[in-house]
Structures are given as C-alpha cells and as structure tokens.
Design a protein around this ligand. Structure first.
Ligand SMILES: [Zn+2]
Length: 67
C-alpha cells in the first residue's frame, strides 16, 4: 500500500498515511486535531541521475559512400 502525505489546513500538521490506491480527502482526518480539512500533498522526491532519460540523443551514423 502506498503512503500518502497530507497537510492539515487547520493546524498545518503534516502527516502521512497508509491508504489504498485511491484515497479520498474526506475520509482522511488529521491525527493531531482530528480535522477533516486536510489536503493531499505530493511527497517530494529528488530525482538524481539515472531517473530515466527521455531525450536520448542518438544521431544516425552516415556512412560516406562513394563510388
Ligand atoms: Zn490538524
């Protein structure tokens, strides 16, 4: 199960919960103040080198013919 991060709009508490693939914000409450005013936030993860090269420059090699 993935971990989702939430931030409470009432006490600005940031917490993470183990939820199903498609959790709903209304079903999530702050563990600190038990408020339902939470907002799902994307967990920031750093993408170091080797995170998938979208633009791989592979130029075709032309063979000098002649003849
Ligand atoms: Zn709260």
């Amino acid at each position: 199960m993935p971990i989702y991060e939430y931030v409470c709009l009432k006490c600005n508490n940031r917490f993470s919960l183990l939820q199903s693939l498609h959790p709903e914000e209304k079903d999530t409450e702050c563990p600190q103040c038990s408020s339902r005013d939470v907002k799902k936030v994307l967990s920031t993860f750093s993408c170091s080198s080797g995170c998938g090269d979208a633009s791989s420059a592979s130029a075709p090699s032309f063979g000098g013919g002649g003849g």
